[in-house]
Ligand binder design. Structure first.
Ligand SMILES: C[S@@+](CC[C@H](N)C(=O)[O-])C[C@H]1O[C@@H](n2cnc3c(N)ncnc32)[C@H](O)[C@@H]1O
Length: 351
């Protein structure tokens, strides 16, 4: 199978992401979705001198591309081929915490989408693969050819927000075995008929659903957001760029919950949750790409950026005599230990 790769990936909301991360010289940053290293290069440039970057990607070819692109900062970068769902253990392994900022630029890169043979796009004919990590065992072909009708319809409805999921699932089952992206796209087209008024290809939602299911994208995102907060020093920033409403909803709900002191249901007469805010929203309204960015890079059109800043929480404490701040972290054996949190931003130091 042809492995032709598109030349590059244009980083989305680049200026906005740098501003939201508040990148500063000497800072320590994590890019959980290294891709082609576009955001990572900007972070390294803006954090020099003295900046450090830990870059993660599940796709080994992304790591190799980024390694070449970031070669001039090789001494300041640690690149890790892993799933970002293992964020906490990766940071423990490389002793990389607390940090000044964490970026997640979700989904897939243009290189992955355009690489024939990866099976992400119905525009190329390729095996039904769709894995970010080629070591992972389950592929889109496994789901399409082995799952029952109800399970398939649930995936297509829940992850693709496709109202005709039942009909598509039935047609997939009737057409099995399906081997290639083109075969699947044709089955979905037949199931839905021609949609002259629709702006998107009839198979778009089904392909998105399968990619999300193959890579456990929503579960991984939820689990990673929780870990990210615990790795940020005071005033450290968490920035997430998402590309569809399912991701954005998870990010929005998480940031809103973690920036409130009480998360009891509104009907509860008195607070019983004992929840404390660990974040403060940086942007109350979601940030979207400008018309110019969309014209320059149409793939940015669905991007949504949200950001929040780490605040002082109960478990953290200050040593007033030393003038230092600590948070409770975990060492390599999982035991709690105080972590020195640097003086990242005077506003939070003073508060
Ligand atoms: C939109 S691209 C990032 C592009 C990058 N910001 C740039 O400027 O080049 C998303 C990247 O995240 C990676 N990715 C997606 N989910 C992942 C996960 N759970 N763990 C690690 N990497 C993941 C994909 O392999 C892909 O390379």
């Amino acid at each position: 199978m042809n492995q032709h790769v598109s030349a590059t990936h244009t980083p989305v909301l680049l200026e906005e992401a740098m501003k939201a991360l508040a990148v500063q010289p000497g800072g320590r940053y994590i890019d959980c979705t290294l891709g082609n290293g576009g955001h990572a290069a900007a972070i390294l440039k803006q954090s020099s001198p003295g900046g450090q970057l830990l870059g993660i990607d599940a796709d080994p070819s992304a790591i190799e591309n980024a390694r070449q692109r970031l070669a001039e900062w090789a001494g300041a970068t640690q690149l890790v081929n892993d799933n970002f769902v293992n964020l906490q253990s990766i940071c423990l392994k490389y002793d990389f915490q607390p940090v000044h900022g964490i970026l997640l630029d979700l989904g897939l890169s243009s290189m992955q989408l355009d690489t024939e043979g990866r099976g992400f796009s119905f525009r190329n004919d390729a095996p039904l693969d769709m894995r970010f990590d080629p070591q992972q065992t389950i592929t889109a072909a496994d789901i399409v050819n082995r799952y029952g009708e109800t399970e398939l319809a649930d995936i297509i409805r829940n992850y693709g927000e496709e109202i005709n999921s039942q009909r598509i699932a039935r047609c997939i089952i009737d057409a099995r075995p399906l081997k290639s992206t083109r075969q699947l796209a044709q089955v979905v087209e037949r199931a839905l008929g021609s949609r002259k008024n629709s702006k998107i290809h009839p198979a778009t939602r089904t392909f998105q659903a399968l990619r999300i299911a193959v890579n456990h994208e929503l579960e991984n995102l939820e689990a990673t957001l929780k870990q990210a907060v615990s790795l940020l020093g005071f005033g450290g920033r968490l920035v997430v760029i998402s590309y569809h409403s399912l991701e954005d909803r998870i990010v929005k709900q998480f940031l809103h919950r973690e920036s409130r002191d009480c998360i009891c249901p509104p009907t509860t007469p008195e607070c019983i949750c004992q929840h404390t805010a660990s974040l403060q929203l940086v942007n109350k309204k979601v940030i979207k790409p400008s018309a110019e960015e969309i014209a320059r890079n149409p793939r940015s059109r669905s991007a949504r950026l949200r950001a929040a800043e780490r605040v002082f929480v109960n478990d953290d404490y200050r040593d007033a005599s030393e003038g230092l701040c600590f948070a409770i972290g975990k060492n390599e054996n999982g035991w709690r230990r105080p972590l020195l949190l640097e003086r990242l931003r005077t506003t939070f130091w003073a508060s």
